[in-house]
Design a protein around this ligand. Sequence first.
Ligand code: PGA
Length: 258
Amino acid sequence: MSIPRKKFIAGNFKMNTTSSEVASYLEAFRVATEKVNDVDIVLIPPFTSLAKASEILGGAQKIRLGAQNMSSEAKGAYTGEISASMLRDLFVRYVLVGHSERRRLFGETDEMVRRKLVTALKSELRPILCIGETLEERQSNQEKTVLESQLRAAIEGLSPEEISEIVIAYEPVWAIGTGLTATPEQAQQAHLFIRDYLGKLSGTSVANRSRILYGGSVTPDTAVELLSQPDIDGALVGGASLDPRAFAKIVAAAIPQE
Ligand code: PGA
């Protein structure tokens, strides 16, 4: 029998929400999620709002913080970069690694993604590793090759213990911010493929325990069906996470059904 995986819902605010705006967001979001247990909730505001969010949340276990990016270097002359220890200092627990916007708009290569992932693991930050194919890659039936190569480049050679710290987010690039969600069947297929491949790289027990999130235009309306797929363990939400009430509805869709 496989162990049930606790659902994981993360909100990636991208370049939205100032430090003063995060306070009112949290007030509304905390009220709207008051009754939720049994779901891991992670908010990923911009760097400049993390300190404020951390101060407001205090040691609360229920809502954790994540960062959108991080340097692969520990410290030094890297103007404009933010290190893992700076994030840890603000009680940040998670970090997005390899988001498609970083890969596409800021030239992050598989190798850079790998370095960041390793640094995060060494620094006790849990990476949320994003992988996903573009529209052209899907149209030319290359999605599996792309998922395999992104995943292999990021985690091959890591120990099973390290791999089990990683949350994976399947984010088809064509579905991000476009309003085009993968159908639940398309997403389930990709998730199952990722889990099988993860099994090849790290063993089935790690693969069965690993959480694989879906990301790409998730809304309160699409969340229920997506989250009821057997291999979809949560969601990485962009646009719809900016409204605390809409995001709370997505969180509610992840509450385990009796
Ligand atoms: P979206 O973004 O929900 O706005 O499509 C998802 C993401 O980029 O993580």
